[in-house]
Design a protein around this ligand. Sequence first.
Ligand code: NAP
Length: 255
Amino acid sequence: MGRFDGRIAVITGAARGIGFGTATRFAEEGASVAIIDLDETAAAEAAARLPLTDGAKAVGIGADVSDGGSVDAAVARVVEELGGIHILVNNAGITRDNLLFKMSEDDWDLVMGVHLKGAFLMTKAAQKHFVAQKYGKILNLSSVSALGNRGQANYSAAKMGVQGFTRTLGIELGPFGINANAIAPGFIATEMTDATAARLKMDVDEFRALNAEANPVRRVGFPEDIAAAAAFLCSDEASYITGQTLYVDGGAKLG
Ligand code: NAP
């Protein structure tokens, strides 16, 4: 018996990184999974690698979460191909880091478009199914950067926005049997943080080692760390938790 037997989960930006780690964990626990990512081939390849349990299905769908038409078509496909939707993880993300005085309007709009507008559009498309069936789980990816991070005015604002969005979803959707929570990861070893290393002209291993050293638990995080928390928050064990943001960061922002 898995916690997600018979459940259908949609995870955006899940062709790799935290999204794929979460999709893997949900599949291991019995879910059927739709992987949504910009590139349909990458999404389909990732879906084919999921460790599905008996009777569960997976599909990979190409969609841009910042585009309303693309989102509506993707959610309609999930419902048609997998038979419904019970869990939504808004994970797709990008960075366009720069100090404020060098940050372009495009850098600002792109980051807001994927993180904030993307979460809004996906949630709006999914909630009508959730409300009709009086059941749904929404999980949004925030970040420790929500608390402020040099070079990330756009990303930080978007990630704190995600927390406000999550609280409001908790209030509005709670009466319909829907839980909405967020996870704010610290440093997680993925292509996103590898790209940061490249931008800082640092070796990936050296960058990870520096971040591990500065962390109270003396290691970096991995997609599996976020997936474990995501599985709990999207399970029925967490049905009395809503509107919350859980920091999964090895204590990075404690002191
Ligand atoms: P990642 O490895 O860069 O993966 C992000 C995925 O999202 C990529 O496959 C990317 O596709 C996809 N994507 C980007 N824009 C999209 C769009 N408009 N529509 C659909 N998919 C899109 O990132 P990650 O490290 O796993 O991060 C996942 C989430 O966790 C993000 O929201 C991130 O902000 C958050 N987070 C990460 C960390 C960390 O340390 N890694 C820390 C805190 C929070 P392409 O490759 O085609 O662009």
